[in-house]
Design a protein around this ligand. Structure first.
Ligand code: AMP
Length: 139
């Protein structure tokens, strides 16, 4: 399948749709998932026009994975989490719903189950607060 430049995340990257940004550099953008499966759920995108891990250039993948690590460390510390789960889905059969390469950084607390994937909208005020707390550790 070809990359669709009108997917939701491409529009966020172009500034055509809003997002609670956590981190940005020349190759990556990180922002809060609006339907988090856990408090502090961040999406880390490559700015390269790739659908997923199956078509992204290896150098672009390396850049985004390095930021996934930084965001995971920052989210865990900022929110006082016990651990972090990283998720990444590819094509509909792999569970992907937005077809622009991204990683999920999901802070975890002992004994706390995850909410369903992409199902329950968060309060924007909570997203704003958590984005600011995580971003403060990424400057
Ligand atoms: P995936 O199934 O890996 O493609 O995940 C897509 C994720 O994007 C889901 O977790 C959704 O909750 C999230 N999502 C969808 N639209 C937006 C949006 N406008 N801003 C932030 N996150 C979004």
């Amino acid at each position: 399948m070809a990359y669709d430049p009108d997917n939701i995340f491409a529009k966020i990257l172009r500034g055509e749709l809003p997002a609670h940004k956590v981190y940005e550099d020349d190759a990556t953008l990180a922002f809060m998932d609006i339907m988090p499966i856990s408090r502090g759920h961040v999406l880390v995108l490559s700015k390269a026009p790739a659908r997923n891990i199956l078509d992204i250039d290896a150098a672009d993948l390396a850049r985004v994975v390095a930021v996934v690590q930084r965001v995971a460390r920052a989210a865990k510390e900022a929110l006082g989490a016990d651990g972090v789960t990283i998720q990444q889905f590819n094509e509909p059969a792999g569970g992907q719903t937005v077809f622009h390469l991204h990683f999920h950084v999901v802070p975890r607390w002992e004994g706390q189950p995850l909410r369903p994937h992409g199902a329950i909208k968060a309060d924007p005020a909570d997203l704003k607060r958590d984005a600011e707390q995580i971003a403060a550790l990424l400057v």
